[in-house]
Structures are given as C-alpha cells and as structure tokens.
Design a protein around this ligand. Structure first.
Ligand code: ATP
Ligand code: FE
Ligand code: MG
Length: 337
C-alpha cells in the first residue's frame, strides 16, 4: 500500500510516499527557514505563500524520486492540525484535490501523531508504549496502549521545550531556529551556572520551562551588571543540562510506573545530541526498547504523516472532501474518533 503524504503545518513544505506504513519510498522537504530567519521566527503569511509556491514542485519531485505515478498511489494523507491555519489549508486543499481527481481515499493526520509515528519508520511499536514529545509547540508524555490511541499523562504548563530553546538562543544571539545552535554551543561548555531543575510536584509528569528561561535571562543580566563575562558555551550547556535532566528523569519514572515495553522520542528537540545521549544512558534495561528517530525524521517531514496514516488506511477510516484544517486539533480526541 503506497500512501502519498503531505505536511504543511508550519514552515516546511513536505511530501513523501510511504509503503505499508514503514518504508520510505521517497521524501522531499522544502524548508523556508531562510525566509523566516530575518524575522527571528515563522511569519504565518509568508509560510502560507511559500507552501503555495512550493507544493506542485515538491509533489512532482516526490513521485519522480519514487519512480511512481499517481496511478500507483493507494491513498492521500495530510496533516489536518494542529499548526498555522493558513499553512495547514494549503496541504489540506492539495490533498483533497488529489484525492478527488484520482479517486483516492483521503486520510487526515494529527501532526503530533505524525511525530510519534516517525518512530515506526525505524522500529515496530510494542505496547504499552511511552512517548516523550518535545517539539517547537509541544512537550508531552504520552501513553499508548494500542495503535492510534493517545493518553496525555503530562504536558507543559507554559512554554514548549523547543520554544524555550529558541528563546534562550535569542539571549545567546544565535540565528533562528536556535535549538541546533544551542546544542552545538553546549557541547563546548560546562554546566557552571547552577540553574534550577524544575520538577513541579513529586508525582507530576507535567513540565515547566518558563522559570528556567527566566533564570537564564536573569543570570546573564546579573553577570553583565557585575561586569562578569559569562561564556556563551557555559550558558548553553547549563540550560541544556537542566532541560535534559528533567526530561529524562520524568520519562524514566513514567516508563516504570506504567510498565511500558517501549519508549520513543518525537519532535524537533529529539534531534538534540545531549538528550539522545542521556536517554540512551538511562534506558539501558533490555526489557524496554528505546527508539529515537534519525535526525531528519525528528523535525517536520511528511514521512511521519504517511506512517501514522497507515493505521487509518487499515481501518478504512477515510475522510470526506469536507475535511478541513483544524489548527487546534486535540490529540486524545483525534484518537477517539
Ligand atoms: P510542533 O511539532 O509542536 O507543531 P514544530 O513543528 O514547529 O512544532 P518541530 O519542527 O517538530 O516543531 O521542531 C522544531 C523545534 O525543534 C525548534 O524549536 C528547534 O529549535 C528545535 N530543535 C531542532 N533541533 C534541535 C536540537 N538539536 N536541539 C534542541 N532543539 C532543537
Ligand atoms: Fe512539528
Ligand atoms: Mg518546523
């Protein structure tokens, strides 16, 4: 079964063809990072316009790379939400047009379900499964007892993890998106600033990053006033150590409490080198499989959407041409319909 998948929820125009939910036949990602860089973040209007401009070419390239024609495609899948509404609409309209003109079933996918299913492209799921989602807009611990069903057991109470990275990156004066730059700087520094580890209540799986972000800003400000020169590398490293320690510890505790067989990581921050290393160290139990997607599958792509869509294909859970972009789509609700 070949699924043609489209993802346009943010600043990446992406398409992919996924066979049987696990094999990537082709994948194209046209990033717009350069257009948004000078604004220090994604500008929604610019994102939508770029998607419109790129879409046809991205689709053609995806089919060409796989040496397939639309006649060999069995279904069309698209991210329906959450994300920027104008950006989502481009993907949804394209998917509907393709499904209609080629008489193909249409599948709507939740963007975060996609991030989670990026892991299925690497390793088959074993349930119960725990997923740590750490992306630009989400930070959640999600329990899955079967395919397509999601239970959020913890989430951020303020900023998302990637958002915190991007904000600290601004303090360090590195370009957008800041996560990868902070990661690189951190490798060259030491954990010298004694930043707080924000665990919240003893038994909570929730997260909070705004206090840590403020602590970074205050520490930098105070040092400046006292005329002390802090090394950017040490600031990055101290911030990263605090973030990673809490993420790994809460994920570990949850994996024990829920007796999971597999732990997966998803979202852009899953590309972080220190997080990957610390997770591998903590999860050395042969009873629990730890999966971390390759770097290219951590950030936004369409392969993950094609992987997630395969469940719906098997259940014949197809959508009508009234499918609409849903910028606030809820993950648990999406799993229940
Ligand atoms: P969401 O998936 O929640 O809708 P998004 O799609 O914008 O948000 P992703 O594309 O999944 O987010 O991830 C982008 C985020 O990942 C950015 O905040 C970026 O800074 C962060 N990121 C990417 N690489 C790294 C890294 N190596 N270390 C830390 N953060 C990183
Ligand atoms: Fe994303
Ligand atoms: Mg992105």
């Amino acid at each position: 079964i070949n699924i043609l998948a489209i993802e346009t929820s943010c600043d990446e125009t992406a398409a992919a063809i996924i066979q049987n939910g696990h094999t990537i036949l082709s994948e194209v990602v046209a990033t717009q990072i350069d257009s948004h860089k000078r604004f220090g973040g994604v500008v929604p209007e610019i994102a939508s316009r770029h998607h419109v401009e790129q879409m046809t070419q991205v689709l053609e390239e995806t089919l060409t790379k796989a040496s397939l024609t639309m006649e060999e495609i069995d279904a069309v899948a698209v991210t329906e939400g959450p994300g920027l509404v104008g950006a989502l609409l481009v993907g949804v309209a394209t998917a509907k047009a393709l499904a209609f003109s080629h008489q193909l079933p249409l599948i709507g996918v939740h963007h975060i379900a996609g991030h989670i299913y990026a892991n299925q492209l690497v390793e088959s799921f074993k349930f119960p499964l725990l997923c740590l989602v750490v992306s630009g807009g989400h930070t959640e611990l999600i329990l899955m007892k079967e395919h397509g069903k999601f239970e959020v057991i913890g989430e951020t109470r303020d900023d998302a993890c990637g958002e915190a990275y991007d904000k600290v990156a601004r303090v360090l004066d590195v370009p957008y998106p800041g996560g990868p730059h902070v990661d690189k700087l951190a490798k060259l520094g030491n954990d010298t600033l004694n930043l707080p580890r924000i665990y919240l209540e003893e038994d909570s799986y929730d997260f909070s990053f705004s206090g840590l972000k403020s602590a970074v800003i205050n520490t930098v400000h105070n040092a400046k006033q006292k005329g002390i020169a802090l090394k950017k590398e040490d600031i990055a490293c101290s911030f990263q150590e605090s973030v990673v320690e809490v993420l790994v510890e809460k994920t570990y505790r949850a994996s024990v409490e829920y007796g999971v067989k597999q732990v997966v990581v998803a979202g852009g921050v899953a590309a972080n080198s220190r997080l990957r290393e610390a997770l591998r160290e903590r999860f050395n139990d042969p009873e629990v499989t730890l999966s971390i997607p390759p770097l290219a599958l951590c950030t936004d792509n369409a392969s993950m959407i094609g992987a997630a869509a395969y469940n719906d294909y098997q259940k014949q859970a197809f959508r009508g041409l009234d499918l609409n972009a849903n910028p606030g789509l809820d993950l648990e609700q999406y799993g229940k319909r």
